[in-house]
Design a protein around this ligand. Structure first.
Ligand SMILES: *Cc1c(COP(=O)(O)O)cnc(C)c1O
Length: 377
């Protein structure tokens, strides 16, 4: 569709959200955090990551994430470069001993499964799939040493409760890229909780962070001494060693670290994970009740318990073209409401991370109603 073909609909200013960013990553960065970064333009940006200034930011980040997630005694927070995608590759080298089991229920969860399947040093993983809009359950197996779960499948808007598969002894590793910081969980149920900061943590991409249980640390130490070849930049033992010194193996993006810790401190200062998750709850409660009430919309995920509180997917009636709605919204300054392309549905996808104002989600649905009303004439 060319610009000329986008229906010329102007949403009245009093209906528009205060901030029009509803993307699922990179997602809304709080302007206050950007201003705080600008204030540190002269003494933080452009300084060495091996010196106390930057290292103290990394140290704060590690300690404060442990507090935010209420990590049990002995858990540690580690970080490295390359985002979640690099962490999947690192995990195939350093966390999976022989065989993993993957719950595959969308684009992101399928990717770690593919990385493990492609690794010549591992046995074929067990991949348990379920239809888009649902999630499968893990099944304990004697020959599985790592269970790969996904807290929130960003491509479909499905979230899952994190529990150890009953009777299992393997590590539980959770891709929490879009869930961490916005969804509640019990850290004692997981061994590796990993993510990147461009979603709930309202920062930029390019970094990975992982909270490890003592069992995960032991696994990393064991694979490191097994003689398996590991590229240094993907070596989780190297990352662990550097993180313990509040550093990364190679140079991190200092602005990303700053915005990340600012967001963690914003959450902690207001009441922690419970408060942050409550903001996403308020947004999600509104979005799904609006979708259930509108005659042209419905929540994509049928089980209310699996409907994500941080990434909302809403199907539209076929008489309303969802891509056109997203384009009209974009022309009015409301961006990134498009559904995940490969899902191929007539759908809107709404990021409802803690940084998003719940009132802005209300304004968003009012704006969508206005656009649909105009299109219907
Ligand atoms: C965004 C996302 C990723 C990809 O993260 P990168 O940092 O871009 O590699 C992986 N998993 C989930 C669940 C995501 O939402």
């Amino acid at each position: 569709m060319t610009a000329q073909q986008i229906p010329d609909i102007k949403i009245p200013a009093d209906l528009l959200p205060g901030d029009g960013r509803f993307g699922c990553g990179p997602s809304k960065v709080r302007p206050e955090a950007v201003r705080a970064l600008a204030d540190r333009a002269l003494d933080y940006l452009g300084t060495s990551h091996r010196q106390p200034g930057v290292r103290s930011v990394v140290g704060r980040l590690r300690a404060e994430l442990a507090e935010l997630f209420s990590l049990p005694e002995g858990y540690e927070v580690v970080l490295g470069n390359g985002g979640t995608t690099a962490f999947w590759d690192a995990a195939t080298f350093c966390l999976i001993e022989e065989r993993s089991q993957h719950l595959s229920f969308g684009e992101f969860s399928s990717k770690f499964a593919a990385a493990a399947a492609a690794a010549p040093h591992l046995k074929d993983p067990e991949v348990i799939e379920s239809a888009a809009g649902t999630h499968p359950e893990a099944v304990a197996r004697d020959d599985v040493d790592l269970y790969a779960l996904t807290h929130n499948e960003t491509s479909t808007g499905v979230m899952m409760q994190l529990t150890r598969p009953p009777g299992s002894s393997g590590l539980v590793a959770v891709d929490a890229t879009s869930g961490a910081g916005g969804l509640r969980f019990d850290a004692s149920q997981v061994d590796v909780y990993y993510f990147a900061p461009q979603k709930c943590f309202a920062s930029d991409g390019g970094l990975w962070v992982a909270a490890y249980s003592p069992a995960a640390v032991e696994r990393i130490e064991r694979t490191a001494s097994s003689g398996r070849w590991v590229p240094a930049s993907l070596d989780l033992a190297v990352a662990l060693d550097n993180s313990r010194k509040d550093q990364t193996y190679n140079t991190p993006a200092l602005a990303t670290l700053f915005l990340f810790v600012d967001q963690v401190e914003w959450m902690l200062g207001n009441g922690g994970l419970e408060w942050a998750a409550s903001r996403s709850d308020a947004s999600a409660d509104h979005l799904y009740s609006w979708a259930e009430g509108a005659d042209y919309a419905s929540p994509f995920v049928s089980d209310p318990a699996e409907r994500s509180r941080v990434v909302g997917t809403v199907d539209l009636d076929e008489s309303i073209d969802a891509p056109t709605i997203s384009k009209v919204l974009r022309a009015n300054g409301i961006v990134d409401t498009e559904s995940y392309r490969k899902l191929g549905r007539n759908q809107l996808r709404i990021g409802m991370f803690p940084a998003v104002e719940p009132d802005d989600v209300v304004a968003l649905t009012r704006s969508i109603d206005h656009v649909v009303g105009q299109l219907r004439g």
